[in-house]
Design a protein around this ligand. Structure first.
Ligand code: C5P
Length: 237
């Protein structure tokens, strides 16, 4: 696992900028200042029309960028979309973990962009998988999908902290693990079902965590972000 010198605690916290437009996005950048160095921009900003504007603003401010657009289509279409993102100053981008052909096509198009395969959404549990005809516990499905991603040349996976012990046992430490569904104060009753707190995520082998609502809804978001970074320092150091 990289040390704190190689990958500082502050860079391991990714803030989910799930807002509808540039006005709100830039207000968050101003509010969080130096507390957050890595931002995830996703579907809400895209459909609101301001995704590329916010991408440019993040790059201008020297922030690291996670493009969470969760591509899922036939191999040639996904490869084209990945090639487009690879031209921009983006560190991570997501694709769904689908066929090996799609994953390989994406890997071949990614250049220096690091691709993360979404295994099983943290809002889904075993009942949700069963309703789709997918048998087994989420962690089993995560491992099978992560193995496929690794073979195809994908850099890492998005998974729940609850999947990590099994994932690391089965596939080792080479794949990056980026974990959303972080709830610093325990389960929150929102749409996330497979959650862990910050120390548990890192103790179990996370490389990065993605945190949205626990920071956005905190009375003092900046203090919450700083507190999470301190917890990361203690967990990794
Ligand atoms: O607000 P919250 O902390 O739940 O935000 C989590 C973020 O991580 C959201 O932007 C969501 O889209 C994303 N995400 C997730 N589960 C995945 C992949 C991404 O919750 N498997």
């Amino acid at each position: 696992m990289p040390t704190l010198t190689e990958n500082p605690a502050r860079d391991r916290l990714i803030f989910a900028l799930d807002v509808p437009d540039r006005t709100e996005a830039i207000a968050w950048l101003d509010r969080l200042g130096d507390s957050v160095s890595f931002y995830k921009i996703g579907l809400e900003l895209l459909s609101g029309g301001d995704w590329f504007h916010v991408l440019d603003e993040l790059a201008k401010r020297g922030k690291k960028i996670f493009a969470d657009l969760k591509f899922h289509d036939v191999p040639a279409t996904v490869a084209g979309a990945v090639r487009g993102l690879a031209q921009r100053p983006i560190t991570f981008a997501t694709i769904h973990c689908d066929s090996r052909a799609m994953l390989e096509a994406a890997a071949a198009a990614k250049g220096s962009l690091q691709l993360l395969a979404v295994t099983v959404l943290t809002s889904n549990d075993a009942n949700d998988l069963a309703a789709l005809g997918v048998a087994g516990e989420p962690a089993d499905v995560v491992i099978e999908r992560a193995r496929l991603a690794q073979i195809a040349g994908i850099d890492g996976v998005v998974c729940s902290g609850t999947d990590l012990p099994r994932l690391r046992d089965a596939l080792g430490r080479d794949l990056l693990a980026v974990c959303p569904g972080i709830r610093p104060a325990g389960p929150s009753g929102d749409d996330q079902k497979r959650t862990v707190d910050v120390p548990t995520a890192f103790a179990q082998g996370a490389d990065y965590i993605v945190v949205g609502r626990p920071i956005r809804n905190a009375p003092d978001p900046r203090a919450m972000a700083d507190g999470i970074v301190r917890q990361i320092e203690q967990s990794v150091g």
